[in-house]
Design a protein around this ligand. Structure first.
Ligand code: HEM
Length: 404
């Protein structure tokens, strides 16, 4: 397998129109027709339709109105008992947010309904790792994924689709104002369905893809950010004071943590024709290249002599993103970036209107609630696939000792 690992080389590769996505080939059952797997005109048309929902005013409404409510509801039971698991908490907060953003209705808004979505999400998350599974396990995992897809379709997707189709029919008949339609991805797709030639199977895949793209990545980033910030502050009162007095510091810490711990350490692309990459690598048609985002994010040419260190005060040249290539680049660059980690603060940014991103805001809420690792029950890493993340992260809530 060819590999590019420099920052400039990765950017060049991710911009090549003759390189198509190939990271998810083994997950075709769930991902063959989702946005991140489409190429060329089909990708452009679908991305244009879905991008309509990824707007600043919609993100700000999520941050300022939806997130505070979801956070308070989700954290309350954990605060009441004074302990919890950071990974479990992350799933509970992010799942509901992503599902709402994707346009999957939760008519009951009950704990058991969220529980069922969590169960389904865990089944779906078998798919992106199918390529790393033992060959003898693949058929059984595919059967589990197929069963979960049918259950998701029947209970969640079909009712959500039917409601949006009815709303659109009302608009067409003049009974409803278009401005009152839900601002979510499914609604945008229902409106664009004819132009895009969307099939029922594609609606199912895309709905599930959003759960995976939005929830897993942010939960991974949340646990790492908390872990890095607590280690950075560890007993240093000056750093704790800086966190309290600088409203943008937590967000800069999240950027630095996302750089060090990309939720997708590699991208992979396949050549559709002969392609010459920046580092002189020549790909024949049909050959794959691994684009090592994690290595690019630690390129000393951009991130200095100690690129492995967590340093939210790192000085970067103009144009270098503080989170490196962790949010992708080029045609598949993350659509949810500003929702997840916000917009880079500038000198003079006003905290009242600034877009912080849901991950930094959740970190702030948890630190205000006095979150700290449980000294008797250390975090457990999950090394089952190439993505090293936390399987468990037991925490205590001590509001009287809160950092923020
Ligand atoms: C910290 C959290 C996140 C990280 C690290 C992340 C990372 C990425 C990366 C690396 C890609 C590019 C994949 C590739 O080139 O193969 C991507 C694509 C994408 N992400 Fe995110 N993402 C995050 C959060 C989100 C959220 C919250 C959403 C939506 C609600 C989202 C939606 C998408 C979509 C739709 C794409 C596909 C874009 C396309 O193919 O045109 N992401 N993300």
């Amino acid at each position: 397998m060819h590999r590019v690992a420099t920052h400039a080389g990765c950017i060049h590769a991710l911009r090549q129109p003759e390189l198509r996505q190939s990271l998810y080939d083994a997950a075709a059952i769930l991902m063959s027709d989702v946005l991140v797997n489409l190429h060329g005109e089909r990708h452009k048309a679908r991305r244009t339709v879905e991008s309509r929902v990824f707007r600043k005013d919609i993100f700000l409404r999520y941050e300022k109105e939806v997130l505070p409510r979801t956070l308070a509801e989700t954290i309350a039971p954990f605060l009441a008992v004074g302990r919890g698991d950071l990974v479990d908490l992350g799933y509970r907060i992010m799942l509901n947010l992503t599902v709402d953003f994707a346009g999957i209705d939760r008519p009951e808004r009950s704990a058991s309904e969220t529980g069922e979505l969590l169960r389904l999400l865990r089944e779906f998350s078998l798919a992106p790792a199918l390529g790393q599974s033992r060959p003898e396990d693949v058929a059984a995992k595919q059967a589990r994924i197929a069963t979960a897809m049918s259950a998701f379709d029947a209970r969640f997707l079909q009712p959500s689709l039917a409601r949006r189709r009815a709303l659109l029919a009302d608009v067409a008949a003049g009974r409803r104002d278009r401005a009152t339609l839900p601002a979510d991805v499914l609604m945008a797709l229902v409106e664009g369905a004819t132009d895009l030639g969307m099939t029922e199977a594609q609606f199912v895949q895309e709905g599930i893809f959003y759960m995976l793209a939005g929830a897993h990545t942010t939960i991974h980033s949340l646990a790492h950010a908390i872990n890095e910030i607590l280690a950075w502050v560890d007993g240093d009162p000056r750093r704790a004071e800086r966190l309290r007095s600088d409203p943008f510091l937590v967000q800069r810490c999240v950027f630095e943590s996302v750089r060090l711990h990309p939720s997708s350490p590699v991208a992979r692309r396949r050549a559709l024709a002969v392609v010459t990459l920046a580092d002189g690598i020549r790909l024949a048609a049909g050959e794959d290249v691994e684009i090592d985002l994690a290595a690019a994010n630690r390129d000393p040419a951009l991130f200095g002599a100690s690129p492995d260190r967590f340093d939210p005060d790192r000085k970067l040249a103009q144009g270098v993103l503080p989170y490196g290539l962790s949010m992708g680049h080029g045609m598949h660059a993350c659509l949810g970036r500003n929702l997840a980690i916000g917009v880079e603060p500038r000198p003079g940014s006003d905290p009242a209107t600034h877009q912080f991103g849901v991950v930094p805001l959740i970190v702030v809420a948890l630190l205000r609630a006095g979150l700290r690792p449980d000294p008797e029950d250390p975090p457990v890493r999950d090394d089952r696939v190439t993505r090293i993340t936390f399987a468990r992260y037991p925490v205590l809530f001590r509001p009287a000792e809160a950092l923020l």
